[in-house]
Design a protein around this ligand. Structure first.
Ligand code: 2AM
Length: 701
């Protein structure tokens, strides 16, 4: 099954800092990789701009009891994301549980553990305030569209303070619904000098110059084994009992097809992945699947051309400080330039301002380039205009710098070396999808329902979502499965011959040789399962109301499959109501026939509760928009009765930005009207409902 790896939690934060000659520990709580990346960037800036010695650490590997041993020349920075309905990220969950307690949204810490803090070797220890020596700085990643905004960082900081810790600088709260990047930049600007002051580091002293963390060595091609570590992250031999982000499973893709009719800027794809019994991988209805994407060949080649490197050159990547240690990001050696860019680094995300300032600017040669990069680093509006609004890729920015340099001085050829990329770019992180199959009905298949995005930005260049375009390529290749013969594994020419025969506008840019083809023509995707609290009632007779526009439908397809099977196996299944919305009935009524049939079966088999329903809102089939919340309002008598008289569970899944707020407001209006109370009282009642076991959200932005 899915579980968590037991980490070596005895490790002593203070001791590891000392061993590594560092004075600041940056602990990140990261689910999708963003917080970890911000931690890495903070360390870069602290070291290059302020003379701090910072170390990025994973709290899952350290003991919280040793925090009391940090002395006044050391400091702890927390960079913590809040996920889901106010939860800590997986790697922060053990610390959060110990510090704040399992009973989430209470304001006191009654449920928190009595932690046995360790006594520092020399230095006083106050039993009442065991963390009196600890200085902390803190930045949280959250989203104001969620109810428990930045809960994890706020609670963790409050608890550490109650144990005596002293907060240095402001508590930074990043809002992913606004401009998280800018929130982080603004916080750093204040926090870094404060951190220096707190631990007695002179931030005005001369700083070190940038040196890449890793060194790349080109290998003798003849000696290196000719193999490509395609799709491999840390895939062990044999079948380990636990798969997670550091131990992924390569799932065979058994089906991939279009759902509904693709439009110019968007289409929906269904993907099935096999989880055979032998894999020992299991999932539960409502869980998420993390998929490791591969970057497209176009993007890989574009960047390698800018760097003037050959894709297939064999390389080894090692730590500069200790060349016997390989770079943890590239587990296989030898690798190739192309392979590293395909699988391990995010090569599409724009380079952030601080990296421009501390890594690219020192490489600038002519005044024009220096001015350009300085302005990007210092002027947020200019950075937006030039880089983040058009979503300029790292390759585009580097190419632009080179063109500035060569036009100023044709005799000068600027080179950016490959090892810079490990510091400039975030690692390629998995993308999570709500599983759209039921583990009861299909225990050995995980289904994904994804929308493939194709969008033009302010510069009118088409941009593509990396993972979903991987799915799109799979779909096209699989639908042509019979038209190719005995490919050699990983053959680029094979795939290009297939893909070039298509006129699908999505495909050309999504084209990707890195999807693994095994000798028996199987395509594989590296995945792992992330458990989720988004679950059906264990008693199937409890009614449910589901609200899922667009791909928010995904987990509800699974729910409806499961309830239908339960009804066919003789259970009494309560009312099962789905509110689904999309643009046009003819083009994107996802799974129409299947869902209608399943709902009919539920009604047929549970005649005592015969009002399971599929209620749709097609927003663009008429002049004015019709959304799921409008349909809820039309059915307010039924919705009110189910939720507040019959104990129905309520589920919302989908794009958080406006939909959840709109739906929530609609339910509050309905409450106010039905009970003839004012809106504030209705809001209070709803908020209590929201905290109860009857309410579930699975939202993203
Ligand atoms: P629109 O794109 O026509 O505005 C899935 O994307 C569906 O959700 C689409 O029909 C989309 O409509 C709709 N949608 C967009 N914003 C919404 C909101 N605030 N509330 C509910 N549905 C919304």
């Amino acid at each position: 099954g899915v579980g968590r790896k037991v980490m070596n939690t005895d490790r002593d934060v203070a001791e590891v800092l000392r061993e590594n000659k560092k004075n600041v520990a940056i602990m990140y709580g990261s689910q999708t990789g963003t917080a970890e990346d911000l931690g890495k960037r903070l360390a870069q800036e602290g070291e290059l701009g302020f003379g701090l010695d910072m170390m990025v650490m994973d709290p899952d590997m350290y003991s919280v009891e040793t925090l009391s041993k940090l002395d006044k020349k050391q400091l702890l920075v927390l960079v913590l994301a809040t996920t889901g309905e106010g939860e800590a990220c997986d790697n922060m969950a053990p610390w959060f549980g110990q510090l704040v307690g399992e009973d989430l949204f209470t304001e006191d810490f009654e449920d928190a553990e009595q932690i046995e803090f360790e006594h520092p070797e020399d230095g006083e220890f106050d039993e009442e305030r065991p963390l009196a020596n600890l200085r902390i700085a803190a930045f949280g990643l959250g989203n104001t569209t969620y109810e428990h905004y930045n809960w994890c960082i706020r609670q963790t900081v409050r608890r550490l303070q109650s144990l005596g810790a002293q907060l240095v600088g402001p508590l930074g709260l990043g809002d992913d619904d606004g401009d998280l990047e800018n929130d982080f930049e603004e916080w750093k600007k204040v926090a870094l000098p404060e951190i220096c002051k707190a631990i007695g580091v002179d931030s005005t002293a001369p700083k070190r110059t940038y040196e890449s963390t890793y060194v790349v060595k080109e290998l003798d091609i003849d000696k290196a084994k000719d193999r490509d570590d395609v799709g491999k992250l840390a895939i062990g031999s044999g079948a380990p009992a636990i798969y997670d982000s550091s131990n992924v499973y390569e799932a065979v893709v058994t089906a991939a097809y279009d759902l509904a009719v693709p439009s110019r800027d968007r289409k929906f794809i269904h993907v099935d992945l096999a989880l055979p019994e032998s894999s020992k991988m299991t999932y539960k209805t409502g869980d998420h699947v993390g998929v490791y994407p591969a970057n497209s060949e176009e993007a890989v080649n574009e960047l390698l051309q800018v760097l003037k490197l050959q894709p297939e050159t064999k390389i080894a990547v090692v730590n500069r400080a200790d060349p016997t240690k390989p770079c943890s990001l590239v587990p296989h050696s030898p690798s190739t330039y192309a392979s590293v860019l395909r699988h391990y680094l995010d090569i599409t995300m724009p380079i952030p301002r601080s990296s421009i300032k501390y890594i690219l600017l020192p490489h600038a040669h002519c005044d024009a380039a220096i001015n350009y990069l300085t302005r990007l680093a210092d002027d947020n509006d200019y950075y937006h205009l030039q880089i983040s609004d058009p979503y300029k890729s790292p390759a585009e920015l580097l190419a632009h710098i080179i063109s500035i340099e060569t036009s100023a001085d044709p005799s000068y050829t600027p080179v950016f070396s490959f090892d810079l990329l490990f510091d400039l770019l975030p690692k390629l992180s998995p993308r999570f999808y709500s599983i759209s199959s039921s583990s009861l009905v299909h225990p050995s298949t995980v289904s994904i329902t994804a929308s493939v995005l194709l969008y033009s930005n302010s510069d009118n260049v088409q941009r593509f979502g990396t993972t979903t375009n991987n799915f799109n390529v799979l779909k096209t290749v699989l639908s042509d499965r019979d038209s190719y013969t005995s490919p050699s594994p990983y053959s680029a020419s094979l795939l290009s011959s297939i893909t070039n025969s298509h006129s699908d506008p999505y495909l050309i840019h999504g084209f990707n040789t890195s999807l693994r083809i095994s000798p028996d023509n199987q395509f594989k995707l590296p995945i792992y399962i992330r458990p989720s609290p988004f679950k059906l009632p264990t008693d199937p007779s409890i009614p449910i109301i589901m609200v899922g526009p667009g791909t928010g439908l995904a987990p509800f397809r699974a729910f409806i499959h499961e309830r239908s099977l339960q009804s066919r196996s003789g259970s009494s299944v309560g009312s099962t109501i789905l509110f689904f919305g999309n643009r046009n009935k003819d083009a994107d009524f996802l799974y129409q026939d299947e869902l209608s049939l399943l709902i009919d079966q539920i009604n047929l088999n549970s005649p005592s509760n015969p009002n399971s329903m599929l209620i749709t809102a097609f927003s663009r089939d008429q002049p004015q928009k019709v959304y799921v919340q409008h349909r809820i309002a039309e059915h307010k008598d039924m919705v009110y009765d189910l939720l507040f008289n019959r104990g129905a569970y309520f589920y919302i899944c989908g794009d958080a930005k406006f939909m959840v707020k709109d739906v929530v407001n609609c339910i509050i209006d309905c409450l106010a009207e039905k009970r003839a109370i004012d809106r504030d009282s209705a809001t209070d009642i709803f908020n209590r409902f929201r905290e109860s076991d009857q309410y579930y959200e699975d939202v993203w932005s």
